[in-house]
Design a protein. Sequence first.
Length: 280
Amino acid sequence: MKVSLQTIKALGSYITGDSGKVHYRSGPMLVEFFNQFGFDDTYGRGFPSRWIFTEEKLKELNGTVKLEEVFKKILDPRSFLGTDFDVSEIVNELNSYLKFDGYHLVKRGEFFFVKQLVDGLVDFEPPINGATDVDATFIAEQIEKCQRKIGENDFDGAITNARSMLEAVLLKIEQNVDTTPPKYDGDLVKLYRRIQKHLNLHPKREDIATVLRQVLSGLASVASGLAGLRNKMSDAHPTSYRPAAHHAKLAVNASRTLADFLFETFEYQKNLGTLKILKK
């Protein structure tokens, strides 16, 4: 993640507390804060001014994944408990800077994440009802990694994360429809077929129009294609072909579209009362 100097200065004012909208951090507190991100500084004689120290550290982190972690840490809602500070106001102000850098802060569950704005990608905000913080965080992280890696021209990595995201969504749905789900063996196609059965999405259904049966058949092909594409083109295996940007966008968009449809179908059937929960 790489941002402008203007954004660094704005972020720095929230880290130091000089903005007046967060807790004030003294020199020793700033050293402790940044040491969480791999530094090994100590506070003592000759220490620079607080804002100079903060901006220098942010400049060192700029262009790395750790800068995303700084945003997450500074916006951790637990830091605002029992205070009159408004985290949403800070998010809005930071977003006014980040939009010029191609990023946006989004809330997933109770926490905030950095989202990269990449043209040509399908937007997907999963309604992860009943998900644990770990589940929700993992899915959100895979979504953000897909975007970031395409923006960084890491197309192999984007394909890997597209599959991981779909995998997590399928497993989350299965946990909600099967009280004793089988152990996942890494076979994405087999996992999709189990969800297909739970949600009554088999393409050979006689009670729906032919065009819908064709769509359902295409969904199965998406899951199968992602599994195969990852094996051939992603960074998880020795690759026989290097993907280009449009290949990565196809994989990410296909995975997001399928995941969105599955979540919507799951929620629809659950609210309608037609969802069958498998109990053993």
